[in-house]
Write a protein that binds this ligand. Structure first.
Ligand SMILES: [Zn+2]
Length: 580
């Protein structure tokens, strides 16, 4: 892509040096300062547009993608040759992708201003990504264009100025120091086309080389692609702006704008600590409390929790179910776009005065916790619970003292589990929970018998039972300071070989029951029951009736005595059991 000669075209084509030139190139209008050039004045180095685009792409790949590199290389051994091949292929792909994005827009006139803007924007983006552990997906950019821009002025602080000065200031200084080569139009076009084809081939080749590893990574952590910077925000900005001029207005539809604590809250002395556990891939058919022949929930049984035995999920995958279970509309009036662009239960609770925190040991909050604090526990792994960046769910409880320490008032904490996420069920529990044997100790389910797969899955539920018991124990220990309660509900079920099906994600209309029926459990401290006038015996009777994710939004608001016009009392499972 670079010229091999030391001389460049503008030198050769300068009037006076090349008298045989009959017509000026379109790329090369006569300069007002065109004087015969003398060679005793040192000239700054000159680069072609392609070289500049390549250098910028290498700069982005190496210095602006720490999050991406950490995510794709997590768990890989530096001693393994495969890791290096994978890393090198990713580097080539990253450079190639950015070259393909940048090079088409580089001309003699646009190169410097365009790259300067891109460098500043990228430095800002990496600052936000590093500071807030965010993914710059279209939703985030939509949000940013709509609301954050105004609020983010407060964040323009020294740290950011330094970050931008370092990551954008230095490269911009270098950029403006170089001269750009000029080429005749036809030649410039040919070189540009060839360089783009070359970049395309190299990117394709690099991806093909590590396709297997890459595709499994993308299947498990789709959101990793939103760490590729600056491609992430370029792509997301286009998507966000293209989703209509109304993108700004569409950012987030307010739900429960009138949310407030009911009058019954007056005189309440203790604040509330409510923990909602979002389970992963737990199915009702294998839940001991709901009648499974194996006791997969011994600890919850002893805790005498309220078990809802007939609950259906909103979807058969995480992406559908998690936003849906926090939404006011749910499945009965399902509209994915509307759900994704509306406030969730969490924003409504915040508006009513709760502090809301999302703690995640899974794949993030799927937009549900937009604008609220989200803690990724795998970012701060605890050695005895985490291997590389994969942590056992107890890590969610372990950090709770830190969460409570600095906060006062009513708290609503969501714990998002790794749960029974397959196919590597054997990775979801420590050795002490390997009680049903033999197990399937590989992610390749084809290598195991059905019974081995079922045993392994059941062990993962035993561990979820233990994790929930730990969460209840923590809440029980905080009763002096808080009125405490816990709600657990899984996002969707799982097929374990019934009708030859495994895992989940079958379209809802045709999905088997095992993928749609999920466990749901509630636990209340005595203080909570008294303070909120809840009749637990009545709740136990209610718990056998059909319920669904549609009830979550309305029941949580009902139990916590939060008034909002969005709340539908008929969907509040606790309503028949409140004694005032
Ligand atoms: Zn899930």
């Amino acid at each position: 892509m670079t010229s091999s000669t030391g001389l460049n075209h503008s030198d050769l084509n300068s009037p006076g040096l090349n008298p045989s030139r009959s017509q000026p190139s379109r790329l090369d209008p006569p300069s007002p300062h065109a004087t015969p050039r003398t060679f005793n004045r040192p000239l700054p180095p000159s680069l072609s547009g392609e070289t500049l685009a390549l250098l910028a792409s290498i700069f982005f790949a190496l210095t602006c993608n720490q999050g991406f590199w950490a995510a794709v290389l997590a768990g890989q051994s530096a001693a393994s040759r495969g890791t290096w091949v994978f890393a090198l292929a990713m580097l080539v792909a990253l450079v190639g992708i950015h070259f393909l994005l940048v090079a088409p827009f580089i001309t003699h006139w646009t190169a410097k201003p365009l790259l300067s803007i891109l460098l500043v924007a990228t430095a800002c983006a990496t600052y936000y990504m590093d500071s807030f552990s965010i993914y710059l997906d279209p939703g985030m950019l939509r949000n940013f264009f709509a609301t954050e821009l105004k609020e983010s002025r407060d964040l323009l602080v020294w740290h950011m100025a330094l970050h931008v000065a370092f990551y954008a200031g230095l490269p911009i200084a270098l950029l403006w120091a170089v001269r750009l080569k000029r080429r005749p139009a036809a030649r410039a076009f040919g070189i540009r086309a060839a360089s783009l084809l070359g970049a395309l081939a190299m990117t394709g080749g690099a991806i093909a080389l590590v396709y297997q590893d890459l595709s499994s990574l993308m299947r498990n952590q789709k959101e990793v692609r939103y760490l590729i910077t600056p491609a992430n925000f370029l792509y997301s900005s286009v998507r966000a702006l293209a989703s209509g001029q109304h993108a700004v207005a569409q950012a987030r539809m307010e739900v429960g704008g009138d949310a407030r604590l009911a009058d019954a809250w007056r005189g309440r002395k203790k604040p509330v600590l409510f923990v909602m556990v979002v389970g992963e891939t737990a199915r009702a058919a294998s839940w001991g409390l709901s009648g499974y022949e194996r006791q997969t929930t011994p600890q919850l049984e002893r805790l005498n929790v309220v078990n809802f035995s007939n609950v259906s999920s909103c979807g058969t995958d995480t992406e559908t179910s998690v936003p849906c279970m926090f939404a006011a509309v749910g499945r009965r009036d399902y509209d994915e776009d509307r759900i994704r662009h509306s406030d969730s239960l969490l924003q409504v609770l915040q508006r009513a005065g709760f502090q809301v925190i999302w703690r995640d040991n899974s794949t993030g909050c799927k937009g549900v916790c937009a604008g609220l604090p989200e803690e990724r526990v795998d970012r701060h792994p605890i050695p005895e619970l985490c291997e590389e960046d994969v942590c056992l769910d107890e890590v969610l409880v372990r950090g709770m003292d830190g969460v409570l320490k600095d906060r006062k008032g009513n708290l609503f904490v969501v714990l998002h589990q790794m749960g029974s996420h397959g196919p590597a069920y054997f990775n979801r529990y420590p050795p002490a929970f390997r009680r049903f044997t033999p197990t399937c100790d590989t992610a390749d389910l084809r290598a195991c018998s059905r019974q081995e797969i079922v045993n392994t899955y059941d062990n993962s539920l035993l561990y979820t039972d233990h994790f929930l018991a730990r969460a209840v124990a923590l809440l029980a220990s905080k009763q002096a300071e808080y009125a405490t309660a816990l709600l657990y509900v899984s996002d969707h079920g799982e097929s374990l070989g019934e009708s030859g099906l495994y895992l989940h994600g079958i379209p809802y209309a045709i999905a088997p029951k095992v993928q749609k029926e999920v466990p749901m459990v509630m636990w209340f401290s005595p203080e909570f029951l008294t303070s909120f006038h809840l009749d637990e015996r009545c709740l136990r009777q209610q718990a056998g009736r059909p319920a669904s994710h549609d009830n979550v939004f309305h029941s949580v608001l009902g139990m916590l005595e939060v008034e909002a016009s969005a709340r539908e009392p008929s969907l509040d499972l606790s309503r028949p059991c409140r004694t005032r």
